[in-house]
Design a protein around this ligand. Structure first.
Ligand SMILES: [Ca+2]
Ligand SMILES: [Ca+2]
Length: 110
């Protein structure tokens, strides 16, 4: 399963290109633009599984920094600041990583 099986390649490209400037990343807009919000819970879970590269069941800080590459291989990495902001927004139980429920909440907020 790859991201383009779940989301439109054209939407992903547009979303990634909208946030090429460092520190411009806005997860709410990004998740909207890639069409994630419209997806079923099963598909959102599949996206989570792609982003959880080491299959630990969590998106850790390092994986979060590469989140754009998970959608689009040529995309940039998030800056330290963007990664920290996204982690703060998503990690509601404060364990330093994003679990599937926290990911659902992030998408729902978008
Ligand atoms: Ca992981
Ligand atoms: Ca957490």
């Amino acid at each position: 399963m790859s991201m383009t099986d779940l989301l439109e390649a054209e939407d992903i490209k547009k979303a990634v290109e909208a946030f090429t400037a460092v520190d411009s990343f806005d997860y709410k807009k990004f998740f909207q633009m890639v069409g994630l919000k419209k997806k079923s819970p099963d598909d959102i879970k599949r996206v989570f599984l792609i982003l959880d590269k080491d299959k630990s069941g969590f998106i850790e800080k390092e994986e979060l920094g590469f989140i754009l590459k998970g959608f689009y291989p040529d995309a940039r990495d998030l800056s330290v600041k963007e990664t920290k902001m996204l982690m703060t927004a998503g990690d509601t139980n404060g364990d330093g990583k994003i679990d599937i429920d926290e990911f659902f909440s992030l998408v729902a907020e978008s």
